[in-house]
Design a protein around this ligand. Structure first.
Ligand SMILES: Nc1ncnc2c1ncn2[C@@H]1O[C@H](COP(=O)(O)OP(=O)(O)OP(=O)(O)O)[C@@H](O)[C@H]1O
Length: 359
């Protein structure tokens, strides 16, 4: 998997810009605010159909403009592939592959496997369970279309069920039979998602632990614990028991939308008991494990984006990550940094071609 060129039109701070990339290592360098992260985000957009940093699509259009276009020319399994993402203010986003519009975005997910490592990953540790569920969903979905389909259907039903609970209160009525229609459908989907999440954590944990061991200096044991209400009982039973509570709170209190992934160091939560350095190593190991996992699932080397890694890690650790490109069949790497010299010094040590792109 390789991105050969990228063309941007009205994407964030780029009105018109074209980049040609090296097949192995690309270093985006320049002062703060020149748009290095925006280039990485545009590449992310081509893979996931959305921004990693700003979920409000219209805010990614250059101020004062009406649309943006991101165009990427890839090479995948020796085939050229053109992916275009375009958005017009007030209209639906369009994703095209080789000129053909996707009817469903989810059909594109997983086509361009990609992993991003960014300073904002620390949200995974400090924020609530939603960010960790999204991480888990993002990794599984890229390699499992059935999972994504089940998840999207479940989320749709959840919104409808919550609206119904609100409707009951607004209209001073309550019809458990109508709710049960949703419960049955959600129960079946939740069972699939719960099973796949359990399988995923089982397969992913040893990969994560291996990566952690390789990059951390200490000998701490790390673990990922998948926590779900469905470990106790099937969803329809939990929903039955929670009927009065749901009615009172006007939302669905039980389900896989409440799952969490606990990050442990030793037997303690990393958020409270991990040092800054331990937290950084933990996150990098998670992302590198995501890389390995995706590669295993899709058979393709994911594109790796390293945003501001020097800000996050000491030079020695960055060097170790970049050297992975040398040791393993790592695919294509994009790095952003404010210091051209520092980056070039590190990538020079790797025996691969590289390109310095000054913004
Ligand atoms: N919709 C938009 N229209 C125009 N400019 C935008 C838009 N969204 C973001 N920007 C601009 O993009 C710039 C930030 O770009 P980016 O975060 O990529 O910088 P960077 O080079 O990665 O900086 P740093 O080194 O600080 O991380 C800011 O100047 C911001 O004003």
């Amino acid at each position: 998997m390789r991105l050969e060129s990228l063309a941007l039109l009205n994407y964030k701070n780029f009105e018109t810009q074209r980049f040609e990339f090296d097949p192995r290592i690309n270093c985006l360098v320049g002062n703060n605010g020149v748009g290095k992260t925006n280039v990485l985000d545009a590449i992310y957009h081509l893979s996931f159909g959305k921004s990693y940093f700003n979920p409000v699509t219209s805010q990614n259009i250059t101020h004062g403009k009406d649309f943006f276009v991101i165009e990427g020319d890839f090479e995948k399994s020796d085939q050229p592939e053109k992916v275009v993402v375009s958005v017009k203010r007030g209209q639906k986003k369009i994703i095209k592959r080789n000129g053909k519009i996707y009817e469903r975005f989810r059909d594109h997910i997983g086509f361009i496997p990609l992993v991003i490592i960014s300073p904002s990953d620390r949200d995974l540790i400090i924020e609530g369970s939603e960010t960790r569920r999204k991480f888990m969903d993002g990794v599984i979905s890229q390699g499992d279309a059935d999972y994504l389909r089940a998840l999207l259907s479940y989320n749709k039903l959840l919104v409808q069920r919550n609206s119904l609970l609100k409707y009951f209160v607004a209209n001073r009525t309550f019809k458990p039979d109508t709710l049960a229609v949703y419960d049955d459908q959600m129960d079946a989907l939740a069972a699939v998602i719960h099973g796949k999440r359990k399988d995923f954590i089982q397969a992913f944990t040893p990969i994560f632990q291996g990566r952690h061991k390789a990059i951390s200096s200490g000998n701490e044991e790390v673990a990922l614990i998948y926590q779900s209400q469905l470990d106790e009982a099937p969803l329809h039973q939990l929903m039955q028991a929670s009927l009065e509570k749901d009615r009172f709170t006007q939302f669905t209190n039980y389900g896989i939308h409440k799952d969490d992934l606990l990050f442990r160091i030793g037997d303690k939560p990393i958020k409270k008991f991990g040092s800054q350095g331990q937290q950084k190593s933990y996150l990098i190991a998670l992302k590198l494990a995501q890389f390995d996992f995706l590669k295993g699932q899709t058979g393709v080397n994911p594109i790796l984006l390293l945003d501001d890694v020097f800000d996050k890690l000491d030079e020695e650790r960055v060097a170790r990550i970049i050297q992975l490109v040398d040791q393993e069949d790592f695919g294509q790497l994009f790095i952003s940094d404010t210091h051209a010299d520092r980056t070039e010094e590190v990538v020079k040590q790797v025996h691969q071609s590289y390109k310095m792109i000054r913004l």
